[in-house]
Design a protein around this ligand. Structure first.
Ligand code: ATP
Ligand code: MG
Length: 178
């Protein structure tokens, strides 16, 4: 990564109430499965990961994002699970709401059309709650689904720091109501 590159990704960034519920779930999962709970201010759902972007290419990513049409929707996070391969406890949903699937697909297409290389794995809705978890024990279930009214998406910069990655929301795109 060149010095002027920025590590960027697109994400859904939760409103305070949703971040609070995710944080509670992270602490409960940490109590059951150990590992390292994510800090409240880091909690998010990644939509598209760009990785290192040259400073001169950031505007192209923003133009691509601005062209993605989407309407507000409710994201209902209703399950916690643990991935054994990377020892991550995450919150997700049994069914991906069509507006969210559409947003992820359209954003990825717009970014590819603009020349960005994205990973080809299918989009998996997840908010990472705990890293380095012991996945032999299932995380405790959510007391109730977390209802997240999604009204925008964000371009986020990841800053590597000794305490772990720090994320900075660079810009947000509000969905249109009709
Ligand atoms: P760290 O790498 O310091 O442990 P992190 O993975 O949270 O922390 P980044 O690597 O900057 O920080 O990743 C930012 C976001 O993008 C995270 O949600 C991460 O899961 C996701 N991400 C990282 N790499 C990829 C990738 N290759 N494909 C898809 N998503 C990714
Ligand atoms: Mg990483």
């Amino acid at each position: 990564m060149a010095e002027s590159d920025r590590r960027l990704f697109f994400a859904l960034w939760p409103p305070a109430g949703v971040a609070g519920r995710l944080h509670e779930a992270a602490l409960a999962a940490h109590a059951a499965c150990g590992g390292r709970p994510m800090r409240r201010e880091t909690l998010h759902v990644t939509l598209a990961f760009l990785g290192a972007v040259a400073a001169t290419r950031v505007a192209a990513a923003e133009v691509a994002a601005a062209a993605v049409a989407a309407r507000p929707f409710i994201l209902e996070l209703d399950r916690l699970a643990c991935w054994k391969h990377n020892r991550i406890v995450w919150a997700g949903c049994a069914d991906v709401a069509p507006p969210l699937a559409g947003l992820a697909t359209n954003l990825a297409q717009a970014l590819r059309d603009a020349g960005f290389v994205l990973e080809t794995r299918p989009f998996a809705v997840h908010a990472t709650l705990v890293r380095n978890a012991n996945c032999m024990k299932p995380p405790p279930p959510l007391a109730a689904p977390i209802r997240w009214p999604v009204a925008d998406f964000a371009l986020v910069e990841s800053h590597a720091e000794s305490a772990g990655s720090r994320y900075e929301v660079v810009r947000r795109w509000l969905f249109v109501l009709d």
